[in-house]
Design a protein around this ligand. Structure first.
Ligand SMILES: Cc1ncc(C[n+]2csc(CCOP(=O)(O)OP(=O)(O)O)c2C)c(N)n1
Ligand SMILES: [Mg+2]
Length: 335
């Protein structure tokens, strides 16, 4: 029997392994790696902080309007920071879906659609607060109290408050989309319907979008596109883009980043040609559910917005809005 020193065996194994790897790489490159790479590039180009941006758009807005935008962003951000802390201390119900990082989506839509019915998704605290929901009722709902907007029975993913014309999610992702169609058949008011990029893949969501054009439903659909369904990015789930599908159904549709002024601009444009859809690229900062953090953001909309605000406000004016919003949120969560 031949006996090889261990070093020789290792060197041979290493050579064999590198040959195998290079053959494998070669095979992937020749067969579908380039295609996959191109598909990824196409998808990633859409994941830019400035998709569809209009230069200096914020300067076309009054100082007061921009102040209101930032105040709402801060209220949602700091309210949710308090929810995060309360969740860590196990004071809230266990399933909490935070929208930290995604605040601009609901804020951007809320000014132009302020008297509408709102159908929120499971990540709905931001939509509730942006559309004039009662922060105390939301807090109590998250604490599971009877004084909550859903009598403490829904919890974080189901923020219903019919007095405020806000209808929450019921359990199946995107279930609020066909419900919005039903609502539009009986109410003559405009409707905003939020759903996620994962929910967009459900058959009943796509069927409802198609029916919206048939029925001329007065609905503005907002896809809160954080590129994730739990932990799976869009590129691993599908090859199509929601705006392309929506357009093929006959909806007016745009694909944009989550700049709050840009969202407001498109909401104003599209609210008179409903049904329409705005796909808004945004970044989730916290776990799918819970209060932990798993990765760094692709972009930080809150910080980008503050940078833009510096063209309009003095630094101390911006800090003052932040400070008062933090105090407001702390006060709510202290009682
Ligand atoms: C029909 C259905 N399938 C799966 C789930 C489990 N689920 C809850 S949230 C979620 C991810 C939804 O992703 P998305 O719609 O993009 O919203 P996001 O959580 O990213 O805000 C899934 C798969 C569910 N609730 N309903
Ligand atoms: Mg998502």
């Amino acid at each position: 029997m031949l006996i090889y020193p261990i070093g020789v065996i290792c060197a041979a194994a290493k050579k064999r392994y590198s040959e195998w790897c290079s053959a494998y790489d070669h095979c992937i490159i020749n067969i579908d790696f380039n295609k996959k790479k191109n598909d990824n590039l196409k998808m990633n180009r859409a994941r830019l902080a400035y998709l569809g941006e209009i230069e200096d758009l914020e300067l076309k807005y009054s100082k007061l309007y921009s102040k209101k935008i930032f105040q709402k962003l801060c209220k949602i951000r700091f309210f949710e920071e308090e929810v995060k802390e309360a969740h860590k201390k196990k004071l809230t119900t266990p399933l909490v879906y935070l929208s930290i990082g995604q605040e601009a989506v609901s804020v951007g839509v809320s000014f132009e659609m302020k008297n509408s019915y709102v159908l929120a998704q499971h990540r709905g605290h931001g939509a509730y607060l942006a559309f004039n929901g009662n922060p105390l009722s939301l807090r109590d709902e998250l604490l599971g109290l009877k004084s909550g907007c859903c009598r403490g029975k829904g919890g974080s993913p189901m923020i219903h408050d019919i007095k405020k014309k806000i209808i929450g999610h019921c359990g199946l992702i995107g279930d609020q989309v066909p419900v919005a169609i039903g609502l539009s058949l009986v109410k003559k008011k405009k409707i905003v319907c939020f759903f996620g990029d994962g929910a967009a893949e459900e058959d009943y969501v796509l069927a409802a979008l198609s029916y919206a054009t048939q029925n001329n439903s007065q609905i503005l659909f907002i896809c809160d596109d954080n590129d994730l369904s739990v932990l799976t990015p869009t590129k691993d789930r599908r090859k199509w883009k929601l705006v392309d599908v929506a357009k093929s159904f006959g909806l007016n549709a745009v694909d944009i980043t989550d700049d709050p002024w840009l969202i407001d601009h498109w909401t104003k444009k599209l609210k008179n040609s409903l049904p329409a859809l705005i796909n808004i690229r945004t970044c989730r900062d916290i776990w799918h559910v819970g209060s932990g953090k798993d990765k760094s953001l692709d972009w930080n909309r809150f910080e980008i917005t503050k940078k833009k605000l510096k063209k309009i406000f003095k630094e101390n004016e911006i800090l003052e809005i932040e400070r008062t919003s933090k105090l407001w949120a702390k006060k709510i969560w202290k009682t």
